[in-house]
Design a binder for this molecule. Structure first.
Ligand SMILES: *Cc1c(COP(=O)(O)O)cnc(C)c1O
Length: 350
């Protein structure tokens, strides 16, 4: 058994997954206790009276092609939130194992860890060095019970990407103890390559992908876990068999075709122009002390009076995010909107 597999919970390795109804489209389905008739108003091709195919191949294939990985290296889930939860449940024994997170970062890693009863170890990003990852401190925090190290790049909420070489090196140094989980939710907005190309050499690398940000499909709830086939096989045992709805499969599959991806990239290009315009305008706004560099579709800024800024923006009918931290007591975040939305934010601060 590989060391990565050995780090998974023994119960999950031994688990016999739920045996779902066989998928044999050439036969009339009388084996899944479904109703034989479609209901009025059912907009689907396949019929919503039928259970969808588990790990729907059109979505798995479309996502694997998009990310340049093999089908067996990818699991499709309800957003990357589901992938985070699956990793915790596959790898962490409640009350025994721990995971490392690097705050300030995405809140779901800590929530999923607490739900599973995994201990949380925090190794803060270095606010004095542009929120750099403190690799030495991460390695120092690892012990025999460390199973997962979560790194978000570009990071939410600090907006900076971490160099892929540094992450690949960290993955190597975490062997043979922990998996490195790299959350690439915002990578399409950054000028750095995905780590997917290095998956073959790094058996303990797991990558989180989502269609919720650059692809504009947050409401569809589609994300992916990308990892070694043996890790994916364990996650497939744990995910509910019919997690992805037929409506999702039929709506999202065409949006992974080359023309739709080209349109997505064009929207990203426009958004990046708007991000640059907004960052410059914000930096010149009274009361804004600092606009942090962004590799994502949001901007982070320090302001003299955060409560006043929040109130003014809300008064203009918009909402932005309060991400104040003890070490960064003046920090707010907002998503780059349309040019008109962004102008309203800027005007509210004048
Ligand atoms: C928005 C976001 C996601 C996306 O989560 P989904 O469940 O796929 O919608 C993942 N990671 C980070 C860091 C995010 O900010």
């Amino acid at each position: 058994m590989s060391w990565v597999l050995e780090r998974a919970r023994a119960e999950i390795r031994a688990l016999t997954p739920y045996s779902h109804a066989a998928w044999e489209p050439s036969l009339t389905r009388l084996h899944a206790n479904e109703l034989p008739w479609r209901v009025e108003g059912d907009p689907s091709q396949a019929g919503l009276n039928r259970y969808p195919e588990p790990q729907p191949p059109p979505l798995v294939q479309g996502l694997a092609r998009l990310y340049g990985v093999k089908n067996e290296q990818l699991l499709v889930g309800r957003g990357s939130d589901e992938a985070i939860d699956l990793l915790l449940r596959v790898f962490c024994r409640a009350g025994q194992d721990n995971v490392i997170i690097c705050p300030p970062t995405f809140g779901m890693y800590a929530v999923a860890a607490r739900i599973q009863g995994a201990q949380l170890r925090t190794v803060p990003l270095r606010a004095d060095a542009g929120f750099a990852l403190d690799v030495e401190a991460v390695l120092a925090a690892v012990d025999d019970n460390t199973r997962l190290v979560f790194v978000c790049s570009p990071n939410n909420p600090t907006a900076n990407a971490i160099a892929p070489d540094l992450l690949a090196d960290l993955a190597r140094k975490l062997a043979p103890r922990a998996l490195l989980v790299v959350d690439e939710a915002y990578i399409d907005f950054a000028g750095v390559p995905s780590l997917c190309a290095q998956l073959g050499e790094l058996p303990n690398l797991a990558i989180l992908k989502t269609l919720s940000k650059a692809h504009g499909l947050a409401g569809a709830r589609v994300g992916a876990l990308i990892a070694a086939p043996e890790v994916i096989a364990l996650a497939r045992k744990v995910i509910p068999p019919y997690a992805i709805t037929e409506l999702t499969v039929e709506t999202v599959t065409p949006l992974l075709q080359p023309a739709a991806i080209a349109a997505m990239q064009e929207r990203v290009r426009v958004l990046l122009q708007e991000r640059a315009r907004l960052a410059a305008a914000l930096a010149a706004t009274p009361g804004i002390l600092r606009v942090w560099p962004s590799d994502a579709n949001f901007l982070l800024f320090d302001c003299a009076d955060p409560d006043d800024v929040l109130a003014r923006v809300r008064g203009a009918g918009l909402i932005i995010r309060d991400v104040r931290q003890p070490v960064l007591p003046r920090l707010l975040r907002f998503s780059v909107g349309t040019a008109a939305d962004n102008d309203r934010v800027l005007e509210s601060l004048q």
